[in-house]
Design a protein around this ligand. Structure first.
Ligand code: FAD
Length: 499
């Protein structure tokens, strides 16, 4: 079904704001611009706009999970970058090239970046304070965004409820911007800015003031620079032809890596010579274990932790959050999926580069601090397993980990539920993820470095960026609450209505 939001006309010659990439960040900026009466906003999205609903709304849970973990089953999957040190940034690492981007895949976990990460050493003081303390004398950006998500959820954001401790392990329900479909059990969708313009369950058009047009199948190949300023973009459409769209402001929101590729070309023009590399590309570092429990032990666990998603922040020194997902398979028993999401620190040993005439390329490896963090995660996971085993009456065996990202225990296949089938009960299966496969990739164009604290490139007037690529440092928190909060801030700056 073609949606009225998706513009079919000839590309306009000019728009007040051109947004490059119609995923979570770009569409959220567009939504806020429309709400602030900016009526000439063009979103250029490389992928199609034929299906605007979340994968877990369209498909059952098993198929949706496969579309993520086995990307060859997802027609929208692309990896537009070359990985210079595979397996990092290979496997599931990539984009979901479609209108909505990964807002149609994400799980809705919304956590603010921790105060130990939002420090002045890393984040501009103004931005950190706007996010956390107060924005223009009112509630902070995090509070406003959480309020908006709560009202989207129908009043209250689920999550944050403490559950009875499993021995020393204190968990709470994970905060999720997710709605379940009452008419189709098992189907759900996480928040997407597309919800402004279409019904998330049916995909039917609704709402919106008409200030935003989205052009699908429009790939931005270059930012047009004249007199040192961004003046528009060059767009390649389905037929292969390239056209220029002029703009008062250009916002890069094509994901951290593609943003960096476009930024490198633009910087080469303003500096009058090739700029090939931007330092620091990071993702969350993730490892965990899966275990199946049977009989009375499984029942005891499910009594305390019914099927659902739970969360606990770890101590700041661990730079990690713990997630525990519990399911009760129809065959009986319980499956526990415990994982730690840890911060990969910015490091000059990681980068994004744009070789002449070739696709953008990435290099990522662990720094010494990251390796220490991963060792700490293993100690925490051992303790989590001991608490769970103790509660379920299983033997608290030592978790056997292979080196981080060892292909024998890494990658998507390791975390598909079937990987547990051949395994005895109460025998945990450990795994770790290649860097870049958590889909939280950020860096390259940090606020307070490449960007001013107004989200504009310090060297290129009129060019802005949005999304996790703009985070100076990630913290342990999943990135999207910060992405949404910063999109609100950027839209107010672009609209000139910063209150
Ligand atoms: C399965 C899954 C679960 C997740 N769960 C969570 C979670 O629970 N909590 C959380 O915080 N985060 C989660 N994430 C991560 C989150 O979805 C991403 O951080 C977020 O979508 C990034 O937003 P973005 O707009 O930068 O990128 P995207 O949403 O990927 O959007 C980028 C868009 O730009 C388009 N594009 C790229 N290049 C061009 C170009 N040259 N021209 C035009 N268009 C272009 C792409 O096609 C894409 O549509 C999850 C991700 C996945 C895949």
């Amino acid at each position: 079904m073609r949606h009225s939001l998706i513009d079919q006309d000839v590309l306009p010659r000019h728009s007040r704001v051109v947004i490059v990439g119609g995923g979570l960040a770009g569409l959220e900026v567009a939504r806020h611009l429309e709400a602030r009466q900016v009526d000439d906003v063009l979103v250029l999205e490389a992928g199609p706009g034929d299906e605007l609903r979340h994968v877990n709304q369209v498909h059952d849970g098993d198929r949706a999970l496969r579309q993520w973990l086995l990307p060859e089953t997802d027609p929208y999957y692309v990896r537009p970058w070359a990985a210079l040190n595979a397996p990092h940034f290979t496997g599931t690492s990539g984009l979901r090239r479609r209108v909505g981007g990964r807002s149609l895949y994400w799980y809705g976990v919304v956590l603010p970046a921790e105060s130990w990460a939002l420090t002045p050493t890393w984040w501009p003081v103004t931005v950190a304070s706007d996010l956390r303390d107060s924005w223009h004398g009112g509630p902070s950006l995090y509070d406003r965004t959480l309020d908006q998500l709560a009202s989207w959820c129908g009043g209250e954001l689920p999550g944050g409820d403490p559950v009875p401790p499993l021995r020393d392990l204190r968990l709470e329900t994970a905060p999720l911007a997710v709605r379940h479909d009452p008419d189709h059990p098992g189907r759900w969708h996480a928040y997407s800015p597309l919800d402004t313009w279409r019904d998330p369950r049916t995909g039917e058009p609704r709402g919106g003031r008409g200030g935003v047009r989205v052009r699908a199948g429009a790939e931005v190949v270059r930012v047009v620079i004249r007199d040192g300023r961004a003046r528009g973009v060059l767009v390649r459409e389905g037929g292969g032809g390239v056209r220029e769209v002029q703009a008062g402001a250009v916002v890069l929101s094509a994901g951290a890596v593609c943003n960096a590729g476009l930024a490198l070309r633009a910087l080469s023009e303003v500096r009058g010579g090739p700029v090939r590399r931007l330092p620091s590309l990071y993702d969350h570092l993730v490892q965990g274990f899966l275990v199946r429990l049977e009989g009375a032990g499984a029942a005891r666990l499910l009594d305390t932790l019914p099927p659902g998603s739970y969360y606990a922040p770890c101590a700041p020194s661990a730079r990690s959050n713990l997630f525990v997902h519990v399911t009760a398979p129809s065959a009986g028993g319980a499956v526990v999926d415990a994982q730690l999401t840890g911060e990969q620190l910015p490091s000059p040993g990681t980068w994004i580069e744009q070789p002449a005439g070739l696709p953008v390329a990435v290099y990522s490896c662990l720094s010494a601090e990251d390796a220490t963090m991963l060792d700490g995660q293993r100690e925490i996971l051992q303790s989590v397993w001991e608490q769970i085993a103790g509660h379920a009456g299983a033997a608290p065996t030592a978790l056997a980990f292979r080196p981080f990202a060892d292909p024998a225990s890494a990658g998507a296949a390791a975390v598909l539920p079937q990987s547990l089938d051949a395994r005895p009960a109460a025998d945990p299966l450990t795994w770790s993820g290649y860097i870049g496969t958590e889909d939280h990739e950020g860096g390259g164009t940090p606020l307070g470095g490449m960007l001013t604290d107004r989200h504009e490139f310090a060297e290129i007037d009129g060019l802005y960026a949005a999304g996790p690529g703009t985070f100076p440092r990630m913290g342990a928190a999943n990135p999207s609450l910060t992405t949404l909060a910063l999109a609100r801030r950027l839209a107010a700056i672009l609209a000139g209505t910063e209150a």
